[in-house]
Ligand binder design. Structure first.
Ligand code: ATP
Ligand code: MG
Length: 415
């Protein structure tokens, strides 16, 4: 079964509202194995909505429409659907009674314009809206199904889950598409893609693809079939991906790098402190974003000025004068000073040039030294990160966390 998702509203075509309904619906359909062939977005004009519905009927077995069911003059999806079906609008007495009851329960008067909401194309049925006023609609053309839902995302979701999804599941049979997201940090998308190239070839089963968002490269597995088939396909492919990508994988689904680091620290009952220059506290912010981080985050310094590096964590002023603040020597002593002052198991330090100004041939924009002090040694690494000021700082903060994670895992030479 394939679907077309039709979104209605001037606020969508003008770009004032981002069309989140269509994305949400497509994901819901994918999970039950229904492929979305197209997303169509039209404004609040009866003619163009009718045209879009007629086109959709020619091409898809399932048409999901959201928006334009409201009581106002500019909500005309109902009229457009009736026209596309070649039917009259009739009053639905049950829906009208429900509308009256809804207003009565809220102690609000019901206006004549609200009565329009109880109209439906003659052959359609109304779907109850338990989260708002506008009833939804269900119509059948041959063996094709058309559903209309309110535009308000909350109302749309409740109606879809209660009144539409059960029927679609039945139609779609036992088929599902299981989507698994494996998150990595450390290599670019092209390097990751190269390592799992054979799995990503067009037409491979299960499907495998990569996306990148804020420096995190995610590998998604799309496995279709009955639940047990999809799970088995996913398990096998995930094992291959894990084996190929190794320690750059830090989690699945919504897992973050800071969550992965936090779990390790909590498990090992170890603590961490930070002394940040160019990242200005981003590492501390990420670490403390995790609930329960007070068990392993001890303290954090933003030692931005040279004097702060000297006064707060004891970096010798002569050393800064000799090598500059952005240097391996200063980075090392920042990490060691932070660890010594905080008496933690670990300390992470950063010092670099986030730009856009302040770069030189010797120390270009994007240059960041990251230090990691532990019980036995202090490691320092030099990076040149691409991107704008925010991107460079974010990448540096993520790398600080990643280096700590790899060190704790005993995974050397990852990147
Ligand atoms: P009602 O008027 O009864 O609230 P409706 O079906 O007429 O329902 P719309 O007027 O189209 O709904 O939209 C109501 C609200 O929902 C608007 O604020 C709009 O921005 C938001 N909305 C509508 N469609 C979408 C969409 N596709 N994605 C995200 N938000 C949407
Ligand atoms: Mg509207």
């Amino acid at each position: 079964m394939n679907a077309i998702i039709l979104s209605v509203g001037d606020e969508l075509t003008s770009g004032l509202t981002v069309n989140t309904n269509a994305a949400w619906l497509a994901q819901q359909l994918m999970e039950i194995g229904i492929e979305t062939a197209a997303h169509i977005t039209v404004g609040d004009k009866q003619g163009v909505i009718e045209f879009a519905i007629r086109e959709a009927i020619r091409r898809a077995q399932l048409i999901l429409i959201s928006g334009g069911l409201g009581p106002t003059e500019d909500d005309v999806t109902r009229e457009a659907l009736a026209a596309a079906l070649g039917e009259e609008l009739v009053r639905d007495e049950t829906a009208l009674a429900q509308l009256r009851q809804w207003f009565a329960s809220k102690g609000r008067p019901m206006s004549a314009s609200n009565e329009r909401q109880a109209m439906r194309p003659a052959s359609a049925i109304c779907l109850e809206n338990s989260a708002g006023t506008a009833p939804g609609l269900r119509a059948v053309v041959g063996d094709q199904l058309i559903f209309v839902m309110p535009g308000v995302p909350k109302e749309m979701k409740v109606m879809f889950a209660r009144a539409i999804l059960p029927e679609l599941k039945q139609r779609a049979g036992e088929q599902i598409t299981l989507v698994t997201k494996i998150n990595t940090f450390g290599h670019g998308e092209s390097v990751v893609g190269e390592k799992i190239r054979d799995l990503m070839l067009r037409g491979s089963i299960p499907g495998v693809g990569t996306t990148v968002h804020d420096g995190i490269v995610s590998v998604r597995i799309y496995a279709a079939g009955t639940r047990s088939v999809a799970e088995e396909l996913t398990r096998k492919t995930a094992a291959v991906i894990r084996q190929r990508l190794g320690p750059i994988i830090f989690g699945e689904g919504d897992d973050t790098l800071e969550l992965a680091v936090g779990k390790l620290l909590a498990e090992k009952k170890q603590t961490v402190a930070t002394a940040e220059s160019c990242t200005g506290g981003m590492i501390a912010e990420m670490l403390t974003n995790i609930s329960g981080s007070s068990t392993y985050v001890d303290r954090a310094w933003v030692t931005y000025a040279n004097a702060a590096k000297v006064e707060e964590i004891g970096v010798p002023a002569e050393l800064i004068a000799k090598h500059g603040a952005v240097s391996e020597e200063v980075c090392k002593l920042m990490a060691e000073g932070a660890r010594r002052h905080a008496r933690t198991d670990w300390a992470i330090s950063t010092t670099g040039i986030a730009g856009p100004g302040g770069g030189s041939d010797e120390k270009p924009v994007g240059l960041v030294w990251i230090g990691l002090a532990g019980e036995n040694e202090t490691a320092t690494r030099r990076f040149i990160f691409p991107g704008d000021r925010f991107g460079i700082r974010q990448r540096a903060a993520q790398m600080g966390l990643a280096l700590l994670r790899w060190k704790m895992m005993g995974a050397g030479g990852v990147i």
